[in-house]
Design a protein around this ligand. Sequence first.
Ligand code: 15L
Length: 257
Amino acid sequence: MNLLITGAAGGVATLLRPRLARPDRVLRLLDIAPVTPGPGEEVVTASVTDLDAMTEACRGMDAVLHLGGLSTEHAWDDIAAVNIDGTYRVFEAARRAGVPRVVFASSNHAVGFAPNDGAAPDYGFPRPDTFYGVSKVAGEALGSLYHDRYGLDVVCLRIGSCFDRPTTDRMLATWLSPDDCARLVEAALSAPEPGFRVVWGISANTRAWWSLQEARSLGYEPHDNAEDYAGEVTVEADEYDRFLGGAFCSPKLDQGG
Ligand code: 15L
């Protein structure tokens, strides 16, 4: 199983690389920022917005893990160019190079303005909380199109908060531990014929706000629980936790004029 990882210099990829390494696996790491390859790793310095370079990078790969792009709110033009057009190019490059599977790092912010009732179902209708969230909705839509029209297997992970440790009250619900993130990615890479799926990406958190039913149906079995860190959390819940996207719903992130 040879895997192309976009956004390989980013936070999630850096947590995942050692956890996804296997003796029989090549990890091809693509980013515009420098990345130092370890054993079993190759580096491609390129942007997801460069279709030719992306197509070349996809050659010989069994799957693409698309983590690349802007990971927080930015001006529309940047989100449109990097996250939306870039994600189109990732899917199109995979198709051109004959890569059968794409795992797309979507985000909870695709549905961030949905009211938080503590039990959000799988496949919640899009309610993006930012232009960033809009880009994740667009990525999921592209995944759906590339599955239905071209037969790619596409698994979209609506990731909660993937960091070493939960540091806020919200993260006691939304945390995805690095080990569980690797388990989720492995499930998305190895599930037989998943078709098009959208699954939540969180650990087995006691205070979880989101369903893990669809993720478990892929074979994901989380081991970690943010509750183990409840005593160490330093940031309290705030008024925006009434929405799934939390602080991304704050007017501080308004981009309009
Ligand atoms: C995300 O999508 C962001 O990339 C990350 O930085 C966190 O803010 C995360 O969501 C979250 O909601 O905690």
